[in-house]
Design a protein around this ligand. Structure first.
Ligand code: PDD
Length: 278
């Protein structure tokens, strides 16, 4: 069993225990991060730590560590994992207190972190492309904060699974926003679009990586949410996340996307993404 971190201690994952009064357990009053690690090096660590700091600030949970403090914990977990390709999951809850919705001011956050071996991207699946469904977005309007209260996302991902799909793409007021755990890109006639960073999507780090790649290669990008009709009519659809990296979607709601095979532009962006991991 891998070594995990809980409130200052490094210990086997199965020995990590938190109180049932922890507000993460009672209210889902917590934030998290998931950081991919390639060749023992965290990928875009600074961006993940900045997003974590922002999630904590927005939820008014005290940030229990400096940036260096976080780096130390992450590096020690990577070292002790004995793995080179892995992910580090970090969670900070508001802490333990008698159950009451309003939070006490002087509460100490609970900090938990664990590693997982990397679920190597299934390149076979990427050759064929992924299948998605569309679903009504039923989340709150602060989707920009990476909170652990993921009930809506869990329900949508389950809906996808029950329809033999890999992901559910969420539509709000006719706009294509993001997947249950991914950001979405659409290509039409060589132009790429993705929903803008605002309160309705999580500002994904893999999204940032893809945006950087597009900008560096002078590939036109519009940060504008597509309509459901534009999604159906797209030449290519990609979904991005720290675990999926940049994946091609070839079926939306049972219908083929473009030619029904992963697109040329996707292949180019995917290859450039792989290069960045070295
Ligand atoms: N999910 N949108 C949502 C709703 C997400 O949950 C995620 C990530 C993303 C992509 O973000 P990033 O590129 O930073 O991974 C977009 C993570 C992987 C998870 O919940 O496990």
């Amino acid at each position: 069993m891998s070594t995990a971190y809980l409130n200052g201690d490094y210990l086997p994952l199965e020995e990590c225990k938190v109180s049932v009064l922890d507000r993460g357990f009672i209210f889902g009053d917590a934030v998290y991060e998931l950081i991919p690690v390639y060749n023992s090096k965290p990928f875009y660590l600074q961006a993940h730590l900045m997003r974590l700091a922002r999630s904590l600030e927005q939820t008014r949970i005290n940030n229990p560590h400096t940036e260096d403090g976080w780096k130390q914990i992450i590096n020690k977990l990577i070292e002790t994992s004995g793995l080179e390709q892995l992910s580090v999951y970090l969670q900070v809850t508001r802490g333990v207190a008698k159950r009451d919705h309003a939070f006490p001011e002087d509460i100490t956050p609970t900090v938990f972190a664990m590693t997982n071996s990397w679920p190597a991207v299934n390149t076979g699946m990427y050759k064929k492309g992924l299948t998605v469904i569309t679903a009504e977005d039923m989340r709150w309007d602060r989707c920009d904060i990476k909170v652990t209260s993921l009930m809506a996302n869990v329900m949508k991902k389950q809906q996808a699974a029950e329809n033999n799909a890999d992901e559910a793409i969420m539509i709000r007021d006719g706009s294509v926003l993001e997947g249950s755990a991914t950001n979405v890109f659409i290509v039409k006639e060589g132009q790429v679009s993705t929903a803008p960073k605002n309160n309705l999507i999580l500002p994904g780090i893999a999204r940032d990586v893809v945006v950087e790649i597009l900008n560096e290669n002078n590939i036109p990008l519009f940060e504008q949410a597509a309509t459901q009709a534009q999604l159906t009519d797209a030449d290519e659809v990609w979904i991005t996340s720290s675990t999926k990296e940049c994946a091609p979607v070839t079926i939306v709601d049972g219908e083929p996307v473009g030619s029904g095979t992963p697109g040329e532009l996707w292949q180019k962006v995917y290859d450039l993404y792989q290069q960045r991991k070295k």
